[in-house]
Design a protein around this ligand. Sequence first.
Ligand SMILES: Nc1ncnc2c1ncn2[C@@H]1O[C@H](COP(=O)(O)OP(=O)(O)OP(=O)(O)O)[C@@H](O)[C@H]1O
Ligand SMILES: [Mg+2]
Length: 221
Amino acid sequence: MSQILAIANQKGGTGKSTTAVHLAYYLAIQQGHKTLLIDADSQSSSSQWLHNLKKSIAFKAIHEKDRLFEEIPRLASDYDYLVIDGPAGRLDDETKAILAWSNLVVVPIQPKVLDLSSTLKAVMLINQAQQIRQGQPLGTLFLNRAKPGTRLKDEATRFLQAVPGMVALKTIIHDREAIADAPGQNATTWTMSGRPAASARREYKQLFSEILSLLKGLDPT
Ligand SMILES: Nc1ncnc2c1ncn2[C@@H]1O[C@H](COP(=O)(O)OP(=O)(O)OP(=O)(O)O)[C@@H](O)[C@H]1O
Ligand SMILES: [Mg+2]
């Protein structure tokens, strides 16, 4: 049975593509699952990144709402996991097509005041899909690019816990140079050397374990 995981937030630059590429790598290479990344962002940054990795991780760019709606279930039947990198900007119809099929959606949020409020737009679309689909997709939120010891990080953590219909993930991904450097090195933190990359890896591993254990509790499609 396939599982469809979407990384969504119409707010730009919150870490969707970075999370999607790290998750696709984790599922395909570390765990050996048949995995496809669907790049729904017209900037195609995650497909470009995966292309440059030169690993056998399948990816496909689909930017148009009707194609997303029609192709996601078809592709899902050929893979264990689909990881969908969602679009930024006012592409609500594309996001809705993705939410119509996803089992679980992950919303990365940066601990900035404006990002917190604009997240509510993504949450509204998720809540609408949940009403139609008897609670699916399971909605999850996590803090990305958090700075340790800041008041904003603490405030954002409390904000996440209060968002209706969504699970606040316990793992926080901190603002790490190794993560920002990864695409420029045609790599992910899974293979980069040095302690900074190892710290980033540890956080990603914890985040993805948390997400996968939530998925296990859902009925497969
Ligand atoms: N945890 C992190 N630490 C440091 N830099 C990060 C982290 N997560 C993401 N970034 C950087 O933040 C920028 C935006 O990330 P990314 O492209 O993944 O966001 P996005 O949500 O996909 O953006 P868009 O909405 O434009 O598609 C990139 O330069 C990326 O390298
Ligand atoms: Mg992106």
